[in-house]
Design a protein around this ligand. Structure first.
Ligand code: HGY
Ligand code: MN
Ligand code: MN
Ligand code: MN
Length: 425
């Protein structure tokens, strides 16, 4: 008896490795600095829009159905919605935006591998109970507009986490750049996916650390994703002439900020209140060699896989900043805060990834993720898992970020096999 159309298998879908590597190469040229080799495609920047246009064009010429939601997320389906009864989606993806002078794989690889899986499923004509959907989440890094996980927060319905009027570090509104990317700040609610529309979310990503390479394993099955708190603090002092203003009585915002940076470092290294703590951005005003700084803004990024440890670290840092304000006669305020809790991935999905690795007879291991990912937000609404491939030298967020072509293709093969299993679990 022939299979009902909905389950007819033409041929099992297969990853086209050459096509995937071509796209990784092409996308890696968008926003690339010829001098450093670094990629700069901050979310909603012009280079980010170029990368979005590339993905939309590749999807359309592959005969797939891409669309952009109000948050600027790009989703790619095998066929336009409305042509079939709604089936739960196995959503796969990551992000196109990058940090400043970063690597060509962080995020982009997961998006292009997801595109490859959707295209392989469409080409094979399989039509199971699920719909393979690829997604490029908007502004995961938060490099220009400091609202990381912006797109995945909207999709997961975490709208309360997003400011009503998101702005960049200089106070310019996100409204215009989001509209240029096809989004609409006043319609973010329309970007929310109901939990029942999803069967699972899978994110394939470069490890960005040294663990897999050092262990000689080719696939990482992520068991937990670190929590991350990013606070933006503003220190206000008094500007003055560097030569004529006596030292006693100065309200030097940069001297105060220097103490604050060391306080952040102490939170992780000396007191071990959290696993890592970093001041990555510091803006000084007026930033002039012979003027005492009157304003400094900086970010403090605290991470740990334990929520209580993160809370304690943040409380300690806030107290330290008040002590520094008193000692230096400055005023220190927390002007922004983003928080993503640590999450564990779905044990069922981890089992399916393991099965795929066993089938392919490749060495794999479990490991936590020290990097944050959209997956930790989407985990709010659907079973979620992450697959890592090794990072050469364990580096990321730098131009040297790299992974072997064989591992890039293998990762996509594991993603495909896991997605096909996830639909029936
Ligand atoms: O910062 C992170 O962990 C990620 O790259 N957004
Ligand atoms: Mn990153
Ligand atoms: Mn990433
Ligand atoms: Mn990610």
């Amino acid at each position: 008896m022939s299979q009902p159309t909905a389950h007819r298998r033409m041929a099992p879908p297969a990853v086209n490795g050459e096509r995937l590597l071509r796209r990784v190469e092409e996308l890696g040229n968008i926003g690339r600095d010829a001098a450093t080799g670094g990629i700069t495609r901050e979310g909603f920047s012009r280079a980010d829009r170029e990368a979005r246009a590339y993905l939309l064009e590749e999807s359309r010429s592959a005969g797939l159905a891409p669309s952009v939601d109000a948050a600027g997320n790009i989703t790619i389906r095998p066929r336009p919605t409305g042509t079939e009864p709604e089936r739960p989606a196995v959503l796969m993806g990551s992000h196109l935006d990058t940090v400043v002078n970063g690597g060509r794989l962080d995020g982009a690889y997961g998006v292009l591998a997801a595109l490859e899986v959707v295209q392989a499923c469409a080409e094979s004509g399989i039509d199971g109970e699920f719909e393979p959907v690829a997604v490029a989440f908007a502004n995961e890094e938060g490099a220009l507009f400091p609202q990381p996980f912006f797109g995945s927060s909207a999709l997961a319905g975490r709208l309360a986490d997003l400011p009503l009027e998101p702005c960049d570090h200089e106070g310019h509104s996100l409204r215009g750049p989001l509209a240029l990317a096809g989004g609409d700040l006043d319609a973010l609610g329309s970007a929310v996916w109901p939990a029942e529309s999803l069967a699972a979310y899978l994110e394939l990503h470069v490890e960005q650390g040294p663990v897999l390479e050092q262990a000689g394993n080719r696939i990482g099955i992520v068991d937990g994703i670190t929590g991350r708190t990013v606070i933006t603090a503003e220190i206000r002092g008094t500007a003055g002439h560097a030569g004529t203003t006596p030292m006693p009585g100065r309200r030097d915002a940069l001297a105060a900020a220097s103490r604050a940076v060391l306080a952040v470092e102490r939170i992780a290294s000396a007191s071990k209140l959290c696993r890592v703590a970093t001041v990555g951005r510091l803006d000084i005003h007026p930033n002039s060699p012979n003027t005492i700084a009157d304003t400094v803004r900086f970010t403090a990024d605290l991470r740990d896989t334990s929520a209580p440890r993160m809370e304690e670290a943040e409380a300690t840092l806030r107290q330290d900043l008040q002590d520094i304000a008193r000692q230096t006669g400055t005023d220190i305020q927390i002007v922004a805060r983003t928080y993503s809790g640590p999450v564990s991935t779905s044990s069922k999905l981890r089992g399916l990834i393991e099965q795929s690795c066993l089938e392919l007879e490749i060495p794999f291991q479990s490991l936590p993720s020290g990097a944050g990912h959209d997956a930790q937000v989407v985990a709010d609404i659907t079973p979620t898992a992450m697959i890592f491939v090794p990072s050469i030298g364990g580096v990321s967020h730098v131009p040297q970020e790299d992974t072997s072509s064989a591992d890039l293709v293998l990762g996509a093969e594991v993603l495909l096999r896991t997605a096909l299993k996830a639909a029936h679990f």
